[in-house]
Design a protein around this ligand. Structure first.
Ligand SMILES: Cc1cc2nc3c(=O)[nH]c(=O)nc-3n(C[C@H](O)[C@H](O)[C@H](O)COP(=O)(O)OP(=O)(O)OC[C@H]3O[C@@H](n4cnc5c(N)ncnc54)[C@H](O)[C@@H]3O)c2cc1C
Length: 227
């Protein structure tokens, strides 16, 4: 492996790693993504996920990000030049008793307070109009019309393809297996330390690896995560 001009090494090519790779490559950074398997293949989380693109129910700290993300989703297919199967079909939470309906009413109020102003309480009839065939116990719902779905595999691969169009390089780890145990850390150093100024760990061992790596190498290290 020879990438003498690499600015940033990203470990893990899930949706987080590929999104970071795309945004950095677009800014003319030389990016190397190290992915041990394939982009969005089993058992990666970006392969297995349900595909919800949702605001309602988010932690208040994520509210502004979620609002801006929905605006971005509207143009993302065009930007990435890919079909992501994105559709804004709404998101509906259901109450099956008066107690749950009261809780949902308070929930809707909180959603509006954090900025999700189009989230509203719907009665049984409106819920049925939105989703015909709901069971007879449903009495109310919290409806968020701007929410929706996208295909996580297509989205993850679209970020990877777009990153590569901007020059990002994708490689398997330098050692066969396992490169990220104590022996593998050495491999990370070996193929990164000479020429990469920044590392992003976007794999399952990210917290452990990034702290060890930063301590040992005094490099700039970031951890990618949706949570
Ligand atoms: C469109 C979309 C919709 C979503 N909807 C939902 C939803 O409805 N509900 C929900 O809960 N979540 C949802 N998610 C989030 C999803 O479930 C995961 O949280 C997210 O995909 C995690 O991405 P990741 O990049 O952190 O991890 P991963 O997808 O797991 O990627 C990590 C990558 O790192 C690689 N890797 C691991 N270790 C190493 C190593 N040592 N060396 C090299 N490579 C390594 C793996 O092979 C893998 O490819 C959605 C995601 C998307 C894209």
């Amino acid at each position: 492996m020879n990438a003498p001009n690499t600015d940033i090494v990203i470990v893990g090519g899930g949706v987080i790693g590929n999104s970071i790779a795309y945004h950095l490559a677009r800014r003319r950074r030389q990016v190397l993504v190290v992915e041990r398997s394939g982009v969005a293949v089993s058992p990666a989380a970006s392969w297995a996920s349900a595909g919800g693109v949702r605001r309602q129910g988010r932690h208040p700290a994520e509210a502004m990000l979620a609002i801006e993300a929905i605006e971005r989703w509207r143009i993302l297919e065009q930007e990435l030049q890919a079909d992501l199967h994105y559709r804004q079909g709404g998101n509906l939470l259901l109450a099956e008793s008066d107690t749950e309906a009261n809780q949902l009413s308070e929930f809707v109020h909180r959603q509006q307070e954090v900025g999700f102003v189009d989230v509203r309480l719907v009665d049984r009839n409106e819920a049925l109009a939105l989703v015909p065939g709901l069971n007879e116990r449903v009495v109310a719902g919290s409806y968020s019309p701007s929410d929706g779905q996208a295909d996580p595999v297509l989205t993850t691969r679209a970020f990877a393809s777009a990153a590569q169009r901007f020059g990002a390089i994708y490689r398997p780890p330098p050692l066969s297996s396992p490169w990220m145990n104590h022996r593998g850390m050495k491999a990370a150093f070996l193929f990164g330390v000479e020429w990469a100024r920044h590392f992003h760990f976007c794999s399952s061992q990210k917290e452990h690896l990034s702290s060890s790596f930063a301590r040992l190498q005094q490099k700039s290290v970031a951890v990618g995560s949706l949570a």
